[in-house]
Design a protein around this ligand. Structure first.
Ligand SMILES: [Zn+2]
Ligand SMILES: [Zn+2]
Length: 164
């Protein structure tokens, strides 16, 4: 199944895994490659992507691999609130905006760039990470509701005219 990766790609991922102190096993190579397609992935997404590529791995293996990738910092868990665990490759430390309307998860660059980027007012505590979640409506939902608003305004005008 490892033939699914082109040799150069396989070499690159092997180096990344080794640098992180992991042996480059087939499941690790394939899962890291699947996550690198970009964006945020649930465990279900990862399983579906592997299936799409014709790779069959036991669910427990996938969980174990994800666990080791997260533990070594190659993959990071995007904190987007309760209910969803989303994974992504950890190239740059960043935060997330979560849309209340459509659920979109959008990367927001971290102005500091490394963690912890916020220090809490908690004397004596040792902080290694702070994740910020912005919530609201994403640009797409705002634009969509604005254009809906325009249509409603036009209809109101048309209605007003027809009653004249
Ligand atoms: Zn939205
Ligand atoms: Zn992200």
């Amino acid at each position: 199944m490892i033939d699914l990766l082109p040799p150069e790609r396989r070499y690159e991922l092997t180096l990344r895994l080794r640098r992180a102190g992991l042996r480059a096993t087939k499941p690790r190579l394939l899962i890291l490659d699947a996550l690198e397609a970009g964006g945020h992935h649930s465990v279900e997404d990862v399983l579906r992507e592997l299936q799409r590529r014709g790779v069959r791995l036991p669910r427990a293996t996938v969980y174990n691999v994800l666990h080791s990738l997260v533990a070594t910092g190659l993959v990071m868990v995007a904190d987007v609130g309760p209910g969803r665990m989303l994974l992504e490759t950890a190239r740059h430390w960043h935060h997330h905006f979560v849309c209340r309307e459509c659920g979109a998860v959008i990367d927001v660059p971290c102005v500091v760039g490394s963690k912890p980027c916020l220090e809490p007012d908690l004397p004596g505590a040792e902080v290694d990470e702070a994740q910020v979640i912005w919530r609201g409506r994403c640009p797409r939902c705002v634009a969509a509701s604005e254009s809906r608003g325009d249509i409603n305004a036009e209809t109101a005008v048309t209605n007003a005219r027809s009653t004249d």
